[in-house]
Design a protein around this ligand. Structure first.
Ligand SMILES: Cc1cc2nc3c(=O)[nH]c(=O)nc-3n(C[C@H](O)[C@H](O)[C@H](O)COP(=O)(O)O)c2cc1C
Length: 222
């Protein structure tokens, strides 16, 4: 089982947390250390990763993440929220993923089938990195105002989230409740890390490193 293998590799640190993700999320909330520096072959060949990018300052990390996943053989389709596009342009993701980027529900492509349903059907993994408090809340409550949240509701694929936000946002009971709901649904999480946050605070909330997210994807799709 994926969760078992994730747990067996888990080396979650006991960080002095502003909010303790382990306390909040239990065993499916994990962080990992990369075991091996070099990708062996193309372990993700033939796997489709739909990468949701939401409106966090950490959206720039999703560009590297796209490259790394593609380098390991994954077919990466990026779906951006409107807020994410305030941080990084769609052209960056289109170039790095070598696939079209989904930006809006209403101009999704030319086939008869809505593009978001096509993506939801073909995904092996829906990875949302970075995942904002807002998108997490929408997933938790089943709201589907945009392409990413619609794909979330429509996909039978595994879901993995890498939250990124200010420590106080992460610590808020509303966010904790929402994350708890998503954990109960069996979704996978990659711990946010401790450090200096873009908002000027220190604490937990910074999106996990690209390296750790890639490692989690490799395990989830093994
Ligand atoms: C400069 C800036 C940085 C932000 N960083 C974050 C963040 O890291 N995490 C977060 O949850 N929201 C952050 N926000 C707020 C979100 O962009 C906002 O809640 C937005 O509605 C999220 O929409 P989305 O989830 O649909 O992408 C930031 C806003 C600004 C202006």
């Amino acid at each position: 089982m994926v969760l078992e293998s994730l747990e067996s590799l888990s080396v979650t640190s006991a960080l002095p947390l502003v909010s303790d993700p382990l306390k909040m999320f239990g065993s499916s909330y994990f962080s990992m250390t990369k075991q091996d520096d070099e990708p062996s072959g193309d372990p993700l060949t033939g796997r489709v990763v739909v990468l949701g990018v939401t409106g966090s300052i950490a959206a720039y990390k999703a560009a590297d993440l796209t490259s790394e996943l593609r380098r390991r053989g994954a077919d990466v389709f990026v779906v951006m929220t409107r807020a994410a596009r305030e941080f990084v342009g769609a052209a960056t993701f289109q170039t790095l993923s070598r696939n079209p980027v989904t930006e809006e529900l209403w101009n999704e492509g030319e086939g008869w089938q809505p593009g978001h349903i096509e993506l939801a059907d073909k995904a092996d993994l829906l990875l949302v990195a970075p995942a904002t408090a807002h998108s997490i809340a929408q997933f938790a409550h089943g709201l589907a105002p945009d392409a990413l949240t619609s794909i979330y509701l429509a996909t039978p694929a595994k879901v993995m989230l890498a939250p990124a936000m200010n420590g106080k946002m992460l610590d808020h009971p509303a966010t904790q409740e929402n994350l708890g709901r998503l954990r109960e649904r069996g979704h996978l999480f990659v711990d946010p890390e401790e450090g200096e946050l873009a908002c000027g605070y220190e604490g937990v909330g910074r999106m996990a490193s690209v390296e750790n997210v890639v490692e989690a994807v490799l395990i989830a799709l093994a």
